[in-house]
Design a protein around this ligand. Structure first.
Ligand SMILES: O=C(O)[C@H](O)[C@@H](O)[C@H](O)[C@H](O)COP(=O)(O)O
Ligand code: SF4
Length: 647
């Protein structure tokens, strides 16, 4: 039985309010600019009235007569479907059937649904450790651009976004926010039913990395874990996306984790389609997505991520999503909230259970209610249901006539080992730390790292690729205490890939008793866990970041508790060091990487969301290239130094 921890002390509530106030003040200029663009884009009435007859005729030429009539009359809403369906992602394969369900439901509600466009979707599991992973982060903004292409037909009064995985929901939401005048609902596909457990899968991977199992046995285990349509069942970035869409009120309540290809799943898809017609306007229910995603709702997403031990990728994606809505958040905000928000779940890699266990134990409605009752979520936000998040403290059920009904979320958790109430959280903080020092600023997710491994001081071993690290591991050169510094993995260098493939090797060395850690300007997967890793180091080496000054053998201290990331090198020697360089030509060609040079050239730092777009500017309709230009509107405080003092 886990120890019962103290309930939330009163002062904690004020931290959420204080961080919200700081973000609101910091964002005042750009948020106002965003809302002015939204107002300007808001047509007073059905949008397609702005099109010429020729435009219109092209827009519905291929439509059935009945739908064509509705579109011609220009009274009823037209709902855009933007879908990331493909067969490559198990999580997206179920989306294939959704447009037909949506079109029927929208037609029955008096409107018309048009499949406005498809967007690309990359599976990070298929590309993990492969060259394709160097396109993964940039695929997010590519998806945002593809969303804009779909919506640019301007035939629409609302939009439904079909997507689940890592970069796809963030990309769809960034695209949707650039059409912030349109109401938006996100429609998930749901998790695959549980197969081999994630801990057992990870154990077999470590045996394979030790040479104790063959490829056949490994493939059999992997196939028993990833065995069906639906989202992989660990709490990685995909399921973090779903959790946040529920918590931000962009899903119908309790939609996130209902199994694909079931009557309830289909009924939820149809119900979302009907809701899009209701909030399309121009009536009082009109709910533009640019008003749903405001400062309070962004803070709610950050709190929800922290309270559930969500993916570190959202310390980049949530920054980018907020930026698209004119809102500026940074890693100090995450760090401060993490100190206040208790951990209410233990879902792999933060525990043994998977997302299906979490859903069965009470799910997102339970988490939202607990956090609202504790004063850690803002209730006064706009969602697709109205103006209170309390409406989302519910669970979805199917009633006899195959329609969805909602009931209040369970009063108590169905399994204390997976999900807990605010009165006895698994830990009193959110397990995400900002670490900083003369090596830059980085994030560490400690919720899956045992306390005895959260501080490591050891010699640095330098690697300029994940292949170089694995070569050293296989050659038996790493049986020692060390901090692996894998450099030139930032967005400007090679697209900031996830280095999750290093996890089994690092875990083996940790299990063998070595004190090991990873420091990188790259990313890890949301599914990465037990090894201490300071990731997203900013500035990245290819932007002149101080990781480039490290030399093999330097003593490095990584300490999550004190927030330290420091090379223990005398200041005068450190200042005199030259920046390391490496030939990245091989990362510029092959697997389509040559098409993404404009992203590598334009991308902002990880702490600014690694975006290819800027903040809305008050002066023109263009974006502001750099946050600093806008942030000069507020007096810089000490904390704004490039390498801030640890909190
Ligand atoms: O951020 C994430 O959650 C990961 O990118 C995830 O989407 C990816 O698929 C992992 O690689 C899966 O984990 P395994 O590689 O361990 O199967
Ligand atoms: S969760 Fe990851 S591995 Fe699973 S389908 Fe999505 S992107 Fe692919």
């Amino acid at each position: 039985m886990m120890p019962v921890l103290p309930a939330i002390p009163p002062a904690i509530h004020h931290i959420v309010a204080a961080v919200t106030a700081r973000i609101t003040a910091r964002s005042a200029v750009t948020r106002a600019a965003y809302l002015s663009h939204l107002t300007a884009a808001r047509a007073q009435g059905v949008h397609r009235t702005a099109l010429s007859c020729t435009n219109l005729a092209h827009g519905f030429a291929a439509f059935p007569a009945a739908d064509k009539l509705v579109l011609k009359q220009q009274r009823q809403p037209s709902v855009a479907i933007v879908s990331a369906y493909n067969d490559m992602l198990s999580a997206h394969q179920p989306l294939e059937r959704f447009p037909a369900i949506i079109k029927q439901a929208v037609r029955a509600a008096g409107g018309v649904a048009q499949f406005a466009g498809g967007v690309p979707a990359m599976c990070d599991g298929v590309t993990q450790g492969q060259p394709g992973m160097e396109l993964s982060l940039f695929s997010r903004d590519t998806i945002a651009m593809a969303t804009a292409v779909a919506l640019s037909h301007n035939m629409f009064d609302a939009a439904l976004y079909l997507g689940v995985c890592d970069k796809i929901v963030p990309g769809l939401l960034i695209g949707a926010l650039h059409f912030g005048h349109l109401p938006a609902l996100f429609i998930p596909a749901g998790p695959m039913i549980s197969g081999m457990s994630n801990p057992e899968k990870a154990r077999i991977r470590q045996l394979y990395a030790q040479g104790k199992l063959g490829r056949d046995e490994l493939l059999e285990a992997e196939s028993a874990s990833y065995h069906d349509a639906g989202t992989c069942t660990f709490y990685g970035t995909a399921n973090s996306n779903q959790m946040l869409m529920d918590i931000m009120g962009l899903h119908l309540p309790g939609a996130a984790f209902v199994t694909p290809n079931t009557p309830l799943r289909d009924a939820l898809t149809a119900a979302a389609a009907r809701r899009a017609v209701e909030i399309a306007g121009p009536g009082p229910a009109y709910t533009p997505v640019g008003q749903v995603v405001d400062e309070k709702n962004i803070v709610n997403a950050m709190v929800g991520l922290l309270a559930t031990g969500g993916s570190t990728n959202h310390t980049i994606h949530l920054v980018a999503i907020a930026k698209a809505a004119g809102i500026v958040i940074d890693w100090n905000d995450f760090n401060e909230l993490s100190g206040a928000v208790p951990m209410l779940t233990r879902i792999y890699p933060n525990g043994e259970a998977d997302i299906n266990h979490f859903h069965a134990a009470g799910g997102t409605g339970f988490v939202i209610r607990e956090l609202l009752d504790a004063g850690l979520l803002h209730d006064d936000v706009t969602t697709i249901l109205g103006h209170s998040l309390r409406a989302h403290c519910q669970e979805a059920f199917l009633q006899g006539d195959q329609t969805v009904v909602w009931q209040p979320a369970a009063a108590g958790s169905g399994d204390d080992a997976v999900l807990r109430g605010i009165a006895n959280p698994f830990s009193t903080d959110g397990g995400l730390k900002l670490v900083s020092g003369n090596l830059g600023r980085a994030v560490m997710k400690v919720s899956a790292v045992k306390p005895q491994h959260r501080s490591v001081q050891a010699p640095a071993l330098l690697f300029d690729s994940q292949e170089a690290f694995m070569h050293a591991y296989t050659a038996g050169e790493l049986e020692r205490d060390f901090i692996a510094v894998v450099r030139f993995q930032g967005p400007r260098a090679n697209g900031m890939p996830e280095l999750h493939a290093l996890t089994p090797a690092l875990a083996n060395l940790q299990d063998a008793g070595w004190h090991v850690a990873l420091v990188t300007d790259g990313r890890m997967s949301g599914a990465s866990g037990k090894v201490p890793a300071a990731i997203h180091v900013s500035p990245e080496v290819s932007a002149g970041g101080p990781l480039g000054k490290l030399r093999a053998g330097d003593l490095v201290r990584l300490d999550a508790e004190s927030g330290t990331l420091q090379a223990l090198v005398p200041d005068h020697e450190w200042a005199a060091r030259k920046q390391a360089t490496v030939d990245l030509a091989a990362n510029r060609i092959g697997m389509g990487r040559e098409l993404f040079q404009m992203f590598r050239d334009a991308v902002s730092a990880a702490e600014q969301g690694a975006t290819s777009f800027g903040l809305p500017s008050p002066a023109s309709s263009g974006d502001v290239d750099h946050v600093a230009e806008v942030r000069e509107a507020e007096p810089f405080s000490d904390e704004d130094d490039l390498i801030r003092k640890p909190i």
